[in-house]
Design a protein around this ligand. Structure first.
Ligand SMILES: Nc1ncnc2c1ncn2[C@@H]1O[C@H](COP(=O)(O)OP(=O)(O)OP(=O)(O)O)[C@@H](O)[C@H]1O
Length: 326
């Protein structure tokens, strides 16, 4: 049976679409607009996700971050209907996941733990998945290459390490060459080389114009590349904006210095209205004065500054602070 062309291919045949995605330069934002409207998900009587709304895309690298138990995984499961929403909905270019005729070709998903029959080889697992969507075997070989699994493709998935299982899950998400990807903690189980590889892959996929939504640790390392960031805390949206904006809006500017006489500098700066914290390593962390103010006061008092640098909050600092209600 011929495979229909999803609306997102925007007037191209699947092969043309693939060629354009692979070429990278000509196409921007082929991914769908992802709209989440008032999603609520409950386990028993407890709401894991409460009335969450946001809009992403089209295309780009997006992150959902938050402390453990914030509702990130539940959010992704609700978005694709794997958990039943108590209310609300998620639309991919206006359609819910269950209404997609060929979901593998439209929204690739990775939700932990990646499922694979332990007695099947990685290659067979992907081939069986591919056949449900009329995807040719050569695409299976391509994604095995892309995910670094070509050498272990003929081993049973049951003997795969956690990192290999994670790569197999990613290969499954990529199989249909979808313009949207929802990846729950894709770095889980990967070693540092694997994480570096994954970061490069995600950047490439987003640069090709796909909508890539990731949750978990990796988003912290990727903060600079992320277009839009949704921060969840206890199932609610605490922030939803471009990553750089979320960080700058929720960070009090601070300066960190290492003086030769910390006690004297601390006293001096407090006298000028700054809030000063003396760290165990002898550095002072200062808010209320700029780096130049601190340098000027130190010079006039004959105090040597061995270091003087603005402090940049990490994404993790920001969402933990937001979740604590600061
Ligand atoms: N199957 C389940 N049954 C009951 N409660 C659940 C279930 N799955 C998740 N929860 C609860 O729902 C809340 C949100 O969990 P979820 O796994 O979505 O958070 P998360 O942000 O993905 O956390 P983590 O970063 O630890 O993976 C938590 O309080 C969790 O205990």
């Amino acid at each position: 049976m011929p495979t229909p062309t999803p609306a997102w291919y925007r007037g191209t045949t699947p092969d043309e679409h693939r060629g354009r995605l692979a070429g990278g330069s000509a196409v921007r934002n082929v991914g769908p607009v992802i709209e989440v409207h008032g999603l609520t998900g409950r386990y028993g009587g407890v709401s894991a996700v409460r009335n969450v709304s946001f809009r992403l895309g089209p295309g780009g690298l997006h992150g959902i971050v938050g402390p453990a138990g914030a509702g990130k995984s539940t959010m992704l499961r609700l978005m694709v209907g794997l958990d039943r929403a108590a209310s609300g909905r998620c639309l991919f270019d206006g359609r819910s996941y269950r209404d997609l005729a060929y979901p593998l070709r439209e929204v690739g998903i990775l939700l932990a733990p990646p499922p694979a029959h332990p007695g099947r080889t990685g290659r067979d697992h992907l081939r069986i998945l591919a056949r449900t969507h009329g995807i040719p075997d050569r695409r299976t070989d391509e994604v095995l290459e892309m995910t670094g699994l070509a050498d272990v493709a003929r081993l049973r998935a049951g003997v795969y390490s956690s990192g290999l299982r994670q790569r197999l899950g990613l290969a499954g998400a990529l199989l249909g060459d979808p313009p949207a990807l929802l990846l729950d903690d894709p770095a889980a189980g990967l070693d540092p080389d694997g994480v570096a590889w994954l970061r490069a892959l995600l950047r490439t996929l987003a640069r090709e114009g796909r909508a890539v939504l990731v949750t978990g640790r990796l988003t912290g390392e990727l903060a600079g590349d992320i277009d839009r960031l949704v921060i969840l805390g206890r199932g609610r949206v605490l922030a939803d904006a471009p990553a750089a904006e979320v960080i700058s809006r929720n960070t009090v500017p601070a300066v960190r210095v290492r003086p030769d006489r910390p006690d004297d500098l601390e006293k001096l700066l407090r006298g000028h209205g700054a809030a000063v914290a003396l760290r165990p390593d002898g550095r002072l962390e200062i808010t209320g004065l700029t780096s130049a103010d601190v340098a000027g006061l130190a010079v006039r008092a004959g105090i040597l500054l061995i270091e003087n640098a603005p402090v940049h909050a990490s994404l993790e600092d920001v969402y933990l602070a937001l979740a604590r209600g600061r």
